[in-house]
Design a protein around this ligand. Structure first.
Ligand code: ZN
Length: 134
């Protein structure tokens, strides 16, 4: 198994506009755009930090996974994404080692990445995302 770096940290927020006041105005991070990912019912704001980034996630639907996360746990860190060189290989290797995957096949992620989530039951509670991108 090879992990290249922390690709991003996903933070669930109620309002991108409200939250950007802290990340942009207080921390001085730059907003490198936003994207709506319909499949996940989420609007994502990208804020690069060094060679990783913070992704703020605002739900576009009260039934979406981010809305449900906030309902249960409140705003906060929702997942950590690790960059892998080949996501199909990474999924196969983890499943071979008995890791439970939410996604057994990669799906589309924000920023044009191929992503797959590991089940928190297999990761001691953290929602871990694998991410492959150019
Ligand atoms: Zn992510």
């Amino acid at each position: 198994m090879k992990v290249l770096k922390v690709d991003h940290i996903g933070v669930a927020v109620k309002s991108l506009d409200e939250t950007l006041k802290f990340y942009q105005d207080m921390l001085g991070l730059e907003l490198h755009g936003t994207e709506v990912v319909d499949e996940q019912k989420v609007k994502v704001a990208f804020l690069p930090v060094g060679d990783t980034e913070v992704e703020l996630l605002e739900s576009t639907d009260p039934e979406g996974p981010i809305a449900k996360f906030i309902e249960k746990k409140g705003e906060g860190i929702q997942h950590i994404a690790f960059r892998v060189p080949n996501i199909e290989e990474a999924i196969a290797e983890l499943m071979g080692k008995g890791v439970k995957m939410i996604d057994e096949k990669p799906r589309y992620g924000a920023g044009g990445a191929k992503i797959a989530f590991c089940h928190p039951k297999s990761t001691n509670g953290v929602l871990v995302e694998l991410s492959e991108r150019e």
